[in-house]
Design a protein around this ligand. Structure first.
Ligand code: SF4
Length: 226
């Protein structure tokens, strides 16, 4: 399985090239974007980030000082803007209260992950995105694209949950944050462009050479491998 995953990574990298994630100019911007991208697409997040940038508020320190209503208006394009404003402000204040990002970066990864997950509105995917892309920790981010591609390729069962899918990748790949960074970004790309929920475009997909169509005699999952 390690070879199959490596082959998938190599194939995607050859097809798409490096994705240069996360698309942010600073750790602050990355963390803000990770929260804003919940339940919306990246185009809407870009509009919200541009609004914050125009106001000189694209930093955790600036966000911590904003009124919630003002922040909500600035991030309105990202959707769920009132809820996100509350959560973003809480996150910004919590980071500052903890001594800032450099102080948080002193924490071991499991402790830092627990700290993030205690914050309202930060679930495993957002916490792991922050750990990987802002703190460069070797934490594999799982999302709906990854779960769909992984189950279709029989890497794990269709109903595999977040934690089990993450264990699958970390068990079969070296603990390398640069590799996890690129692989996650490549899986998102193939998920968006080819591996759609309905009617996946396998014939044009770079991963087709590694795909075995379901059929008689082929097991539908490799549950024991997770
Ligand atoms: S579109 Fe087909 S070949 Fe591509 S990742 Fe999805 S299942 Fe695999």
């Amino acid at each position: 399985m390690t070879e199959e995953l490596q082959a998938a990574y190599d194939t995607l990298l050859a097809a798409f090239g490096s994705q240069h994630w996360w698309p942010a100019e600073s750790a602050d911007e990355m963390i803000i974007g990770a929260l804003l991208t919940q339940n919306t697409n990246w185009k809407n997040v870009e509009k919200a980030l541009a609004g914050l940038r125009r106001q000189g508020s694209l930093s955790l320190a600036a966000i911590a000082e904003l009124e919630t209503e003002t922040l909500a208006e600035l991030i309105r394009p990202s959707g769920y803007f009132r809820q996100k404003a509350q959560r973003l402000r809480l996150l910004a204040r919590s980071v500052l209260d903890a001594g800032g990002l450099p102080k948080l970066a002193e924490k071991p990864t499991p402790e830092l992950r627990r700290w993030l997950l205690k914050l309202k509105g930060i679930g495993p995917e957002t916490a792991d995105s922050i750990l990987l892309y802002a703190f460069e920790r070797p934490v594999f981010v799982i999302d709906a694209y990854t779960l769909r591609i992984g189950s279709r390729h029989d890497w794990f069962a269709p109903a595999t949950d977040y934690a089990a899918a993450q264990t699958f990748f970390t068990r079969h790949l070296p603990g390398d944050s640069a590799l996890y960074n690129e692989f996650h970004a490549l899986l998102v790309r193939v998920g968006k462009e080819f591996c759609r929920p309905k009617k996946p475009d396998c014939a044009r997909c770079p991963l087709y050479s590694l795909y075995r169509e379901p059929g008689p005699g082929r097991s539908t999952s490799r549950k024991s491998d997770v």
